[in-house]
Ligand binder design. Structure first.
Ligand code: F6P
Length: 554
């Protein structure tokens, strides 16, 4: 039988080590400046401080032993070498090739894929410039100012995150002047209405983004917007107003989009890892221009190099991944809060939710052996300080949830109010610096007594502290930094999966719901068109379906 990581001595040693760590408190660990200093890493302008993790040098040593037992370095190399590490789908995992330099060599099945990547990037640059400078116009001769990108899951969340982050960058704002980019993801007709409200089909370009070009929600939304364009401008207008991003070019053509207006990517790009392919690069280039998006790709590429070449002690994604495994599998903290102190990063947590939970939410090892431990993390988050007024109460005094604090040194939109010494950004960052210490140190009954807190409130106002967090400080939120942040998290999640010994690159768990929805859709159709009775479902589903049909038919 294939071996599991939990059978190794490295895993067992960490299990035993939990008892040692339980004897410590972050209050004491933080008083050791040398320890804190050893738990900080810097790379290309990014500072990671993980001194508020419940670790000592022994823990870190043992985590490196775990990495060794999991063959982490070898697995990273296999990914970069284009081996089919996504074994259940027999695919390579090469999103790093999407942001590789033009002259780099990255092989998949014995072929250097970088020239293919750059052919598509060049095509995007050419097309987006034509649309932006008005040499590609709509069916009635008007320039296309607005873009609706249709897609869901990985074909939506990553591009939305980057778009939201760029929206407040001065350079990006300037290059997006007079243009709009919207995302239509949900099959809910409300989302369609919301996204076409205020748009004129004559000046709108629709980008259908789907790796498979079979996703039910995306295809229905694509048909809906095709109808919207045809009804206003005639069916021939589709050629000028609809383009596609997909790995499935035959289906793109069958849908009625000219293959010349299709932007390819490849089966070695997982949906949730596809933001650096045409999936993100096309809509973002249409909005901001290719040169801005190229900087984003360069930032991601810088982290790709760091992840591939840096020793583990200095390797930000590796350290983050190992610490996550420590928190989840040894300290028993199933959740992780992602807390950017930056409104521009408001869509970062929703994107990472998919990357992390679709990647690592698995129940068996890569060899199909049921895991005797729970893999994956529950990711959630909100920008600070909003989150502080929402769920932080639970994090401070309820459950222990390791937190990622993400801060930015320079605001893209600084405000200095007359007469106030502390800028608005300083105010925001004061909270970024304060929260990790509040979690780590807490507040003792002794401190409260000294403050003359009434006896009946002592227990209510006590904070146990000893709650782990880490801080990531970015120099700014330029396109380059956004690319870096994305790649750090992508690789961190891969590290976790490599150590747990699972396949982080398939997603069989989403299939069952999809096939059950197909059965329901068929029955709804048969009932509405032929009056056929609802059958084949359990009592609960049958009752709900009947109620829905009865109430929605009048
Ligand atoms: O949610 C399942 C999933 O397959 C994701 O992995 C993917 O990103 C999403 O659906 C959309 O798929 P597609 O790009 O093929 O439309």
């Amino acid at each position: 039988m294939a071996s599991l990581i939990s059978d190794t001595d490295a895993w067992k040693n960490l299990k035993a080590h939990v008892e040692d760590i339980n004897k410590t408190h972050l209050r004491d660990l933080m008083s050791d400046a040398a320890r804190c200093n050893s738990l900080m890493v810097e790379y290309d302008g990014i500072l990671l401080d993980y001194s508020r993790q419940r670790v000592n040098s022994d823990t870190i040593g043992k985590l490196f032993k775990l990495a060794e037992a999991a063959n982490l370095k070898e697995k990273i190399n296999r990914m970069y070498n284009g081996e089919h590490i996504n074994s259940t789908e027999n695919r390579a995992v090469l999103h790093v090739a999407l942001r590789a330099a033009r002259d780099a060599t990255i092989q998949s099945n014995g072929k250097n894929v970088v020239p293919d990547v750059w052919n598509v990037l060049d095509k995007i640059q050419d097309f987006s410039e034509k649309v932006r400078n008005g040499s590609w116009v709509g069916a009635t001769g008007k320039p296309l100012k607005d873009v609706v990108a249709i897609g869901i899951g990985g074909s939506f969340l990553g591009p939305l995150f980057v778009h939201t982050a760029l929206q407040t960058d001065p350079e990006a704002i300037k290059s997006a002047e007079g243009r709009q980019l919207r995302f239509l993801a949900n099959v809910d007709p409300i989302d369609v209405a919301k996204n076409i409200t205020g748009l004129n089909p004559e000046t709108t370009l629709v980008v259908v983004v789907s790796k498979t070009f079979t996703t039910a929600e995306t295809m229905l939304n694509a048909r809906t917007l095709r109808e919207w364009i045809s009804a206003a401008l005639g069916p021939s207008a589709v050629a000028k107003h609809m383009v596609a991003v997909s790995t499935n070019l035959p289906l793109v053509e069958k849908f009625g989009i000219d293959p010349n207006n299709a932007f390819a990517f490849w089966d070695w790009v997982g949906g949730r890892y596809s933001v650096c392919s045409a999936v993100g690069v096309l809509p973002l280039s249409l909005q901001y221009g290719f040169s801005v998006v190229e900087k984003f790709l360069k930032g991601a590429s810088s982290i790709d190099q760091h992840f591939y070449t840096s020793p583990f002690e200095k390797n930000i994604p590796v350290l983050l991944g190992l610490l996550s495994v420590w928190n989840v599998s040894f300290l028993g903290h199933a959740a992780r809060a992602i807390l950017p102190y930056s409104q521009a990063l408001e869509k970062f947590a929703p994107h990472i939710q998919q990357v992390s939970m679709e990647s690592n939410g698995k129940g068996v090892s890569i060899d199909g052996v049921p895991l005797p431990f729970e893999a994956g993390e529950i990711d959630f988050g909100e920008p600070g300080t909003n989150g502080q007024h929402s769920f932080y109460q639970l994090i401070h005094q309820g459950r222990v949830i390791p937190c990622d604090f993400i801060g930015v040194v320079k605001s893209q939109q600084p405000v200095y109010l007359k007469g106030e010494v502390v800028s608005n950004h300083d105010e925001l960052m004061s909270n970024f610096f304060a929260q990790p210490d509040a979690l780590a140190y807490g507040k003792t009954p002794e401190q409260l007594h000294k403050e003359n807190v009434p006896e009946h409130l002592i227990s209510h106002k006590t904070f146990s502290g000893n709650r782990p967090s880490l801080s990531i400080l970015l120099p700014s939120l330029s396109a380059y930094n956004i690319g870096q942040l994305l790649a750090i998290y992508e690789h961190r999640i891969a590290v976790e999966g490599f150590v747990w010994g699972i396949n982080s690159f398939d997603q069989w768990g989403v299939e069952l719901g999809k096939s059950l929805a197909t059965q329901v859709r068929k029955q709804l159709n048969a009932s509405r068109t032929k009056g056929q009775p609802i059958e084949g479902f359990n009592h609960s589903t049958t009752t709900l379906l009947k109620r829905y049909l009865e109430a929605s038919s009048d």
